[in-house]
Design a binder for this molecule. Structure first.
Ligand code: UDP
Length: 341
């Protein structure tokens, strides 16, 4: 039987880019997604989509056997920091408990490689910037804690049961497929670049800046924004690394350069040519002040060569997708009113 890669959350934003990256590389892909935030229409033709829960061990074990799954790339999870502050138990259940169940299924069914979506939120507010992988993990949100706990489970299970893994700690993911095949379609998204491109296209009245009294040069928070296609590529490189006998590792995945909220908004205004309205409001709970990746370890370990390390390019791709999404939703809306969708 031909071996397959299981992508959990493959109907979501980052997962859908991963699926394209794997297909482009000639891999066979199976998607498991509960469609809570993902969309059926992003799944490319011919790719099996199983609608279900990563914590459903009966289902997952059946999929692993049926499709001959050797590698799991696990994206499915909840990822909104302020939501996790409001509803921590939902985050621990969906992120930590379900990941534990999925890892257990992978171990018991003999999966060989496991790649896990983690986050720079595991560091909290680091004291040293750029932050390296061996910095203390002191998450300041339940989201960060839920991911850190999953990392520990995977590290321990990997060691005990010979499951090889790569944990990728994502910094701030943005942009869209450069060929225009995928992008961030999430409704009511909260991520800065997504929010700003929506404002540039008149889909929001304005953008609020959550705090301009931080101890940074312009008073707004600093983040390391990485293009989603470079991130997906890092997963493919991680899979190849493990397949060729690389040892299990935890790697930062960012570019190593920080931009403030104001710098991001200026870039979106410049690239879009629209001077949308920006207002100041209070700090958002759970926000670290500044976080930028140390990238030496990922560059040494994987053969990862980012291609879109340029904020204007990230924003341009996000804008192009947002425009296409507007046309698509107008068409779908029209079709459904005509009863043809
Ligand atoms: N941010 C903001 N206004 C928004 C969305 C985000 O000022 O409408 C800020 C947020 O406080 C943080 C940065 O932009 O400092 C990045 O936030 P995002 O939600 O994109 O990602 P996070 O870093 O929370 O994962």
């Amino acid at each position: 039987m031909r071996m397959s890669v299981l992508v959990t959350g493959g109907a979501g934003y980052i997962g859908s880019h991963m699926v394209l990256e794997l297909l482009d590389a000639g891999e066979r892909v199976i998607i498991l997604d509960d469609l809570s935030t993902g969309f059926r229409w992003v799944v490319p033709e011919g790719v099996p989509l199983i609608v279900g829960d990563t914590g459903d061990q009966t289902l997952v074990s059946r999929l692993i056997r049926e499709y001959g799954i050797q590698a799991v790339i696990h994206f499915a999870g909840s990822l909104i920091v302020p939501d996790s502050v409001r509803d921590p138990l939902a985050y621990y259940r969906n992120n930590t408990v379900n990941s534990c169940a999925l890892i257990e299924s992978a171990v018991s069914c003999g999966v060989k490689q496991f790649i896990f979506s983690s986050t720079c939120a595991v560091y909290g507010t680091p004291t040293k910037i750029p932050v390296a992988e061996d910095a203390p993990t002191l998450p300041v949100s339940p989201y960060g804690s839920s991911k850190r706990m999953s990392e520990i489970i995977l590290q321990d299970a990997g060691r005990a049961h010979g499951l090889d893994y790569v944990i990728l700690r994502y910094f701030n993911v943005a942009g869209a497929d450069p060929k225009g095949r995928a992008g961030q379609s999430t409704k009511a998204a909260t991520q800065l670049i997504k929010v700003a491109v929506e404002a540039a296209l008149g889909r929001r009245t304005h953008v609020e800046i959550f705090g301009n009294d931080y101890p940074t040069p312009d008073g707004t928070c600093i983040r390391d924004y990485i293009h989603v296609t470079d991130l997906a590529r890092a997963h493919l490189d991680a899979l190849r690394y493990l397949r060729s006998g690389g040892r299990s590792v935890t790697l930062n995945c960012g570019y190593g350069r920080g931009f403030s909220v104001l710098e991001v908004l200026d870039t979106v205004k410049r690239v879009s040519g629209v001077d949308f309205k920006v207002t100041m409001t209070t700090r958002r709970p759970g926000d670290p002040i500044c976080i930028v990746a140390a990238t030496d370890f990922i560059r040494q370990t994987l053969d990862w060569q980012p291609q879109f390390d340029d904020l204007s390019t990230v924003v341009a791709h996000a804008l192009r997708w947002e425009r296409a999404l507007g046309h698509e939703s107008a068409r779908l809306d029209l079709d459904s009113r005509r009863g043809t969708a």
